[in-house]
Write a protein of this length. Sequence first.
Length: 591
Amino acid sequence: MSVKRRIRLGELLVQQNVITEEQLAAALVEQRRSGRKLGRVLADLSFLPESALHEFLAKHLQVPFVDLKQARVDREAVKLLPEPLARRYRALVLQQDARGLLVGMADPSDLHAYDELQTKLKLPLRVALVGEADFLKTLDAVYRQTDEIASLAEAVRDDLKEGDVDIEQLSAEEGSPDAPVVRLLQTMFHDAMQARASDIHIEPGEDKLRIRLRVDGVLQEQIIEGRRVAGALVTRLKLMCGLDIAEKRLPQDGRFSVRVRDAGIDVRLATMPTTHGESVVMRLLSQSTALLSLEKLGMPAATEERFRKLVERNAGMVLVTGPTGSGKTTTLYAALNHINRPGVKVITVEDPVEYRLDRITQVQVMQKIGLDFSRVLRTALRQDPDIILVGEMRDRETVEIGLRGAMTGHFVFSTLHTINAVATVNRLLDMGAPGYMIAAAVNGVVAQRLVRRVCTDCAQPAVPTPNQIAWLATCRPTLNIERQKLVAGNGCTYCNLTGYRGRVAVYEILEIDRALADAIRRGDLEGFARAARNREGYVPLAQGAIDLALSGVTSLAEAMAVGSGLEELVDVDQSAPLAESTVATLLEQRA
């Protein structure tokens, strides 16, 4: 197809009376100052909407415009153009069919790029205009490194000889970036960072190796043929952690730091012996991740105000509960960041230290030398602290020391694994803590979960399933389901076809007042649970998840996944769930 000669965008827009000469002059000044593209500058200055610019350019160049937010990109066709060339020519192969290739270009008037693409791809080309910002965003999404991981794993497998891994050879190659194992690890970390993964799982099977990345709480799997690759990977990782490479019968824990694309990453590694070799899980903690403020945690305004008052007290204990990976540490550090000031001494006892804060004394637990939570906590109480953060209440001794510290004028933060805020008291009693100490020391409990955000690029109205309607009617008997505007992600390039991108926390705050404290002292757990759910301002986790679904932040399916199974689903002031006949009527209306 013919492509028009390269144009000067500003002059053309003025000629066609799309913008004025004064607007162009102002935009050019801003462009020289910021170095950004003229089209982006015009949009940022509100001189021309980006959609109108795309429409104008596509019409002038006589090419179609493809909205990458909505387009389905053929992952196999993308591979026809290597990533370096895609970035150089600002082009992306979108589709391949009998007519040739559909190529999206940020600048279709670039004749040199067009000629180079024809030479490299050797197939008939059809050019389409794509938005530059969307193009750059799509590049990071589609050029994952799974193929390179597979090819490097094959190279490692070819290099391995019969028998065990040659430890001396691996040690000799420690500084060599060309060693296949090293390059495989580098590629794995690059892919994990590009996918925004929080964990890397290396799992050997009988005749294959699984590498799984946890992205937004869900694992994404890649299978590599050849189990013996896992042994080489695990050995190299153990060397990086300083672990015993000869010990394969017992679990080991370690940590190391790597740099990926100029970003520092702290890696927590745990090995576990399995029937097919050692399984490894690595938690990735970015050193450049900024601490969140209370305002950016995403709490509803009323919940944030209650939490702020809770953490600004002078003594007592605040517990943050939830399963592993639910964001408890992030919430605690946001609280510490809020109250961290020169006049306050803060000591943290953690395993490991995940964030580093100025003016705070942070202690890393080291079980190997006997430096456990209880020992460090006893020592911390003699360091004249105002506030103590205990990474996790793991045993009776730690719980009792923390409670006594809270009762003697210190403010103690900690975490616990419980299903919700109400169940926290049961858990503390089960760990052997006396009821009178819990009642006297604990100021409040914050339970939380993480739910996936609906991808904003592919979100669309959603119709709830019969099962979801029944669950929603049970949780919110007075809710008019017909009037709710629910959304779900359709799946696009940016979210890896999952329909979700990013996560947000759901919170449940329970402040311990006199009535609740009296119930704890009496050991009346049923009365405690009833009083807690009737407390003014108490919003259960399931109700918070539903609120996020109704506001379009997450899907009803995700809210249901968080809320189902929790005991507080039904508001106690509603007396009972909807009758089956009522639910049936609602289902008939939806049908």
